[in-house]
Design a protein around this ligand. Structure first.
Ligand SMILES: Cc1cc2nc3c(=O)[nH]c(=O)nc-3n(C[C@H](O)[C@H](O)[C@H](O)COP(=O)(O)O)c2cc1C
Length: 171
């Protein structure tokens, strides 16, 4: 897909075909996150690729919005260190957002769907993924081929009117 098409085709996919996603494609999706920019290039993130069905089922219980992870071909756990200061927390979330979006667009480029989930139960998420106590599993990204309709550019996305959002020169 062209970059512009991948950006327009990406959407949250929460129901997946049972087909696996190849290791090559999973690695490419994670590599897109690895290549993402971060403040001062600090790269305070780790990405854990999960394909084990039982682990995916367990991960689907860590947040009320994580149910789709159970049926995904894979998930990527986005892990960040814990911060004592607000600025560290804020920047790490910004950095992670960039990495996440890069992964989603890389997936869309391959015709593969992806869907965010937040994490509520940190203790459970850490245990499932073997993450140390001083890190958080900030988000999960479910990955798989869309069960409903293939990814193609969305003509009318569910967004606020574009002229209300994109301004020129002034608020
Ligand atoms: C920070 C963040 C957290 C999100 N958490 C969840 C979640 O826990 N579960 C879920 O199903 N979707 C989650 N989403 C997906 C959003 O609901 C979705 O991106 C939004 O409705 C726009 O839809 P689209 O991605 O299909 O364009 C999250 C998205 C972001 C950016």
């Amino acid at each position: 897909m062209e970059t512009w098409d991948a950006i327009r085709a990406r959407r949250n996919v929460r129901t997946y075909r049972p087909d696996p996603v190849s290791d090559t494609d999973l690695h490419r999706i994670a590599e897109a996150g690895w290549r993402a920019p971060s403040a001062g290039n600090r790269q305070h993130w780790d990405f854990i690729i999960v394909t084990d069905r039982e682990q995916l089922r367990e991960l689907s219980t860590v947040w009320r919005g994580a149910a789709h992870i159970a049926g995904a071909a894979a998930a990527i756990g986005m892990v960040i260190p814990q911060y004592d200061d607000d600025r560290g927390r804020l920047i790490s979330q910004y950095d992670l957002g960039q990495a996440t979006f890069a992964m989603m667009v890389a997936a869309a480029d391959l015709g593969i769907g992806s869907g965010h989930s937040a994490v509520g139960d940190q203790e459970a998420a850490r245990k499932i993924l073997g993450v140390p106590e001083d890190h958080d599993v900030a988000y999960l990204l479910g990955i798989g081929y869309p069960a409903d309709r293939p990814l193609k550019p969305i003509v009318k996305p569910n967004r606020r009117p574009i002229d209300e959002v994109i301004r020129r020169d002034h608020w």
